[in-house]
Design a protein around this ligand. Structure first.
Ligand SMILES: *Cc1c(COP(=O)(O)O)cnc(C)c1O
Length: 482
């Protein structure tokens, strides 16, 4: 007699065994990560070559799948969890955050409406109240979780547009004056993408010049607004940044807020990276005026050890966001609609995963003090590195180090700007090709600039020292070759 086929899921015992193995695999990976090169030594297409072009007709053993992680996937991983990853904004996932993701997938709840998983909505609201208090934000702010800062800012700017009461929701962008959004030249490209998506268009953004510290100049903002009004253009929103992506500069939010009040403009603050530092009393000067904002974005997945993705959006005007996006088809109407918030009403997505779990686990496991101590240590280490740069005759710093990001370059006396740009580009390529450190770059006033970021949970002073030694060694090799 033929055995009856199992058409259900992986059996519980097998799930448990495979789960233990996989957790062991993850623990070993994290424990031994320093033995791996931070950047993989591969060419485009190398990983695809190792993967079968056809899917398996029949199921495979779970062990085979795990062993291909080692054989095929691992050699193509850029190790974000590596303490020598000091590129972009180094973002790491902590143990409790990783484990929370397993719970989230285990429930596989979808938080469209309160009824579709009450705990999802209520934990999200509660944890965002905790987080709001941790960041010392006004209790007028109500939070919602999106995937990324790009999507959070898109919703902030969409709410700003809705706040004009031009009935754009129904009529679209026809028959209205040209709208204008303002941000600094240093604002993140996600603001441009939001303008593209929302029909504002790239020409609908005015990029305001910055001062020598890369901060938006308020007088230039006011002048641009006045010019636009004279020309029949309708200003509607200003995006200020606390911690820009290139240099982590801080726009003067208090002064910008005054201008927004005067002209009745929505103020959105992008603090995707630096927002977490609002929990430290010694950083409060960077956040002056933040409670005047209409909306704010900060990403726990950047510098709060929560696995990607989890971005938090706060607004004082959730009713405007709801007006912009709420649209309830018959099948999603519930008896509790008048009693609860249905998260689908506050954005473009219907389904949402249970992301609040990982923020909840991380805050509870480390505690507010544990999080503060870690972020404070990262800032200390970045400032230590900055002091080594400042003391060295062959290096210079190219922007203030407010948080945990240092912008610098090698500078050799007598070399012109073009040669310096070449030298620094070679330097970063040499450094990254060792596999011992990963840095990324930016351009500041046409100068090729290296960025070193300390914001990973596994980064200690010894890693910053090793990075400094490697940078010096590679610079010496480069200039001795000449
Ligand atoms: C990283 C960053 C973003 C984009 O974040 P995503 O979550 O990847 O969309 C936006 N703004 C600033 C200031 C950032 O640092």
């Amino acid at each position: 007699m033929e055995k009856k086929k199992n058409l259900c899921d992986m059996p519980a015992e097998e799930f448990k065994d495979a789960g233990f193995k996989l957790i062991e695999w993850s623990a070993n990976y994290l424990n031994n990560i320093e033995k791996l090169p931070v950047l993989p030594d591969i060419k485009p297409g190398d990983i695809k070559l190792k993967l079968p072009t056809e899917p398996p007709e029949n199921g495979e053993k779970f062990d085979e799948i795990i062993s291909d992680i080692d054989k095929i996937i691992l050699p193509g991983i850029t190790h974000w969890q590596h303490p020598n990853f000091m590129a972009y904004f180094a973002s790491t996932a902590s143990g409790p955050g990783i484990l929370a993701d397993i719970v989230s997938s285990t429930f596989n709840s979808n938080g469209m409406v309160w009824k579709s998983s009450p705990a999802l909505t209520e934990l999200e609201q509660t944890v965002l109240e905790w987080y709001r208090k941790i960041l010392n934000l006004s209790e007028e702010f109500k939070g919602i979780i999106y995937d990324t800062a790009s999507v959070s800012s898109l919703h902030g700017i969409a709410a700003a547009r809705e706040n004009l009461n031009l009935n754009i929701r129904n009529k679209g962008m026809t028959g209205i004056p040209k709208l204008r959004l303002y941000c600094s030249e240093q604002a993140h490209s996600s603001i441009d993408k939001a303008a593209i998506t929302l029909g504002i268009g790239l020409e609908g953004i005015k990029k305001i010049p910055v001062d020598s510290d890369f901060q938006l100049i308020p007088a230039e903002l006011e002048k641009a607004i006045e010019d636009d009004i004279k020309n029949g253009i309708l200003p509607f929103c200003v995006v200020a940044t606390i911690g820009t992506t290139s240099t982590t500069s801080v726009d003067p939010v208090d002064k910008i807020a005054e201008i927004c009040k005067k002209y009745n403009l929505w103020l959105h603050v992008d603090a995707a990276y630096a927002g977490v530092t609002a929990m430290l009393p010694e950083m409060k000067d960077y956040f002056i005026g933040i409670n005047e904002a209409d909306s704010i974005v900060t990403n726990p997945h950047k510098w709060l050890f929560v696995p990607i993705d989890l971005s938090v959006f706060y607004t004082k005007k959730p009713e405007v966001l709801k007006r912009a996006f709420s649209l309830v088809p018959e099948y999603l109407k519930t008896n509790e609609d008048s009693l609860v918030d249905n998260l689908m009403d506050y954005g473009i997505q219907l389904g949402r995963r249970f992301r609040a779990l990982k923020l909840w686990f991380v805050i509870r496991y480390f505690g507010v003090n544990g999080l503060k101590e870690r972020i404070r240590e990262h800032i200390r280490l970045a400032k230590l590195f900055a002091s080594w740069i400042d003391e060295h005759p062959m290096f210079e710093r190219l922007a203030p180090t407010h948080f945990s990001t240092v912008c610098f370059r090698a500078k050799i006396d007598g070399m012109n700007e073009d040669s310096l740009n070449n030298l620094n580009e070679k330097l970063i390529n040499e450094i990254n090709s060792t596999g011992k450190l990963f840095l990324t770059h930016t351009k500041l006033n046409n100068k090729f600039t290296l960025r070193l970021v300390v914001s990973g949970i596994r980064q200690e002073e010894r890693h910053v020292k090793q990075a400094w030694d490697l940078i010096n060694k590679k610079l010496h090799e480069l200039i001795n070759l000449k």
